[in-house]
Structure formats: C-alpha cells, structure tokens
Design a protein around this ligand. Sequence first.
Ligand SMILES: NC(=O)c1ccc[n+]([C@@H]2O[C@H](COP(=O)([O-])OP(=O)(O)OC[C@H]3O[C@@H](n4cnc5c(N)ncnc54)[C@H](OP(=O)(O)O)[C@@H]3O)[C@@H](O)[C@H]2O)c1
Length: 225
Amino acid sequence: MRVGILGSGLMGGKLGTLFARAGHEVVFSYARSRKKLEGLARDAGGNARAGTPGEAAREADAVLLAVHWSRMDDVLKQAGDLPGKVIVTCSLPLNAANTELVIAHTLSGAEELAKTLPKARVVSAFHTVPSEVLFGVYEARRKASRPSLVYCGEDKKAKAVASELIRGVGFDPVDAGPLQIARYTEPFALLVAQLAYEGTGGPELAYRFERFRSRGSENRIVVKV
Ligand SMILES: NC(=O)c1ccc[n+]([C@@H]2O[C@H](COP(=O)([O-])OP(=O)(O)OC[C@H]3O[C@@H](n4cnc5c(N)ncnc54)[C@H](OP(=O)(O)O)[C@@H]3O)[C@@H](O)[C@H]2O)c1
C-alpha cells in the first residue's frame, strides 16, 4: 500500500523505513530539512521518496501521523484535506517537556484528533512502544513469538489497514476496541516509556499479552515486558 509519513523523526523515520522494507510505497514528509527526508528515503531503499506533507497525504492509502502534539495543527494544515483517509496516529498528547498527558481520563489525543478531522478514519497505534525497539522487532519477525501491539479505532476497514501495517513490521496486532480505548492505551504508553527510559534494561522494550488458563479458574491476562 502507499503510506504517507507526516513527521519523519524517531517514530516516523523508523516506521517509514520499515514500511518500505516490508514492501509498502512510502513518502517521508515533515522534517525541518528536505535533506533529512531525502536521506531517509535513500536509506529505506527503492520504495521510498521524500515529499511535502500534501504529497505524502494525497495518494496515500494510510497516513502515519508522528509529530509532537504541539506540531499537530501545523502538520495538518500543511497536509491539506484528509476526508476518508486512514490516519494512523502514534502521537501522544504530551506537554512541551514530554512529562505529562495534556488530555486524559475523559478524552484521549486520538479522539481529539478524530474531532479535528471528522471525515478521516483515525486509528491509534504504535504509540505504546519506544522507537528504539522497532528495528529489533522487525529483525525478529520470523520468530514464533511476536510482541503485541495494541491499536484502536472506529472504522473496521481502517483498522484492517493499521493491522496490516503493524503485522508487517513484526508485531502481533491486538485490537483493543473503539477509539475511546485510547484513554487507556495512551497512559499505558507512558508506563512503557517509563520502563524503557528510566529502567535499567535499556529502551529496546516491547510487551506481550498472554492468556493463562487453568481448569476451574477464570481467564487471566498477563503482561510480559
Ligand atoms: N520517540 C518515541 O519513542 C515515541 C514512542 C511513542 C510515541 N511517540 C509519539 O510519537 C510522536 C512523534 O515522536 P518522535 O519521537 O518521533 O518525535 P521527533 O523525533 O521529534 O519527530 C517529529 C518530527 O516532526 C518534525 N518537526 C518538528 N517541528 C517541525 C517544524 N517546525 N517543521 C517541520 N517539521 C518539524 C521533526 O523534524 P526533524 O526531523 O527535523 O527534527 C521530526 O521529523 C510524538 O507525539 C510522541 O509523543 C514517540
């Protein structure tokens, strides 16, 4: 599929590279230098090129939104009309210092984005893992046991697109339900970031949900990090 990257930093740069390696056609956009976008496209191989946000969005089957929350209005303005587009957002509604969610509990960043883009089909995904783990997960994609990756959204077809992207870069997609569930997944992303960046094991961290059933007891979900 054709994937437009809006925000080609740690997340967008790496995910765009992996989407291209997984066989998708990628347009990198929205960095402070065109040279950076061209370098990313070159390193990602034949399936990628650099473009403007408008070019990245125009022909895309899916758009990855990977900017700091404070850049959201600007990037959306540059991207232009997005009616009907599948928007996969990994952007978290964080303050300038990246220490706190500025939207939480009764609303999520993903829902706020969907309100801003009422005609787009928003899926929240990729925000629950640090960028540092992405290449490692991709390299391990042929192993029997893959890390989980939660995603949520309203539109069934948009979620199928997101699920294909998630699977293509080596995760096991976990459909967490409607977009409202981003109220849970966004704070969960901060927990993963806390373990990745403040823990002792390094930031190359992913998680895996497993079910452990025993006779006569209820099902339990266990999170392995
Ligand atoms: N990093 C993670 O591990 C991680 C994990 C989960 C979720 N997230 C979320 O994902 C989103 C993206 O995070 P990130 O770490 O990838 O951010 P980032 O590395 O700062 O990337 C943001 C991109 O936006 C571009 N940008 C910023 N200001 C700009 C401007 N004025 N004009 C044009 N381009 C501009 C940056 O350009 P330059 O390339 O020139 O800097 C960069 O390409 C955030 O909402 C974050 O909370 C991040």
